[in-house]
Design a protein around this ligand. Sequence first.
Ligand code: 2YG
Length: 274
Amino acid sequence: MTRLIAEQVLMIPEKIKEFDRELIEKTGCSLKELASEASGIGSAPPKPAAHPVAVIPVTAGQGTIKGFSEALHAIAAYLGFPAFITAAPDVSGLVEAYQSDATIALMADDHLYAAINLKTRRATGNDEATAKGFTTALQKMAGGLKGKAVLVIGLGPLGTAAAQALLQEGADLILYDLLREKEAALLKSCATAEQQRITTGLTLEQALARTHLIFDASPGEAFIPAAMLPTGAIISAPGLPLGLDPTAAQKFTDHLIHEPLQIGTAVMLFQALI
Ligand code: 2YG
């Protein structure tokens, strides 16, 4: 579990409009459109304006992250949800969320970042939402994923959720993790029919010689040099920090989606309304 640091989230409130513009340029979809599609909420999504969101700071474990609650608040508000950060953290914040008649409580400790619909009791988690959101983004940038090979780097909770989402979109998978046994374990967990569409045991170089579609869910920093990436590479990279090195990130910037919270939070909020 990668723990965010303040430097990664402090700028989100003031940069969210610019982020959305870039997302439209790269995927053809706004954050709202992408999250609506990725969440599976369908064509007639409930009106965010009718569903207040309570952001509850949580002091458990390593404590609060400077700017984290403000970032969640900014994302929810940007999507049209009436949003507020509770005056008190933890249990008091949860009581305030209920007493304020909020529809959704948004909160994270060091183990789970969740959106909980206080009316329907539906709870959604950030890993699955992020995997779906970044899979949809890759699909938009690639013009569809059916029958195409996608390299998934990093087979933790996020990469595992991404593998499922990519298979559902009809993609073939090349699985890669530094701990090679994770590849075999994920392969084994898939249905027989799906296993035919999964390749394991390749080096990163071999994998990148077979596909230009990359889903980087790894916590490794700057381990993918530009020279290793094929021409036309399209990279959906929710993993923190970024796996591409700065030269590669610059070279492929128009086909690279990498941000710490926006897409996952947007998908979670819409999923919580289903
Ligand atoms: O309320 C607070 O400020 C803290 N309790 C938040 C702690 C969040 C810890 N988790 C992470 O930093 C990430 N797993 C969040 C999601 C990363 C994006 N995929």
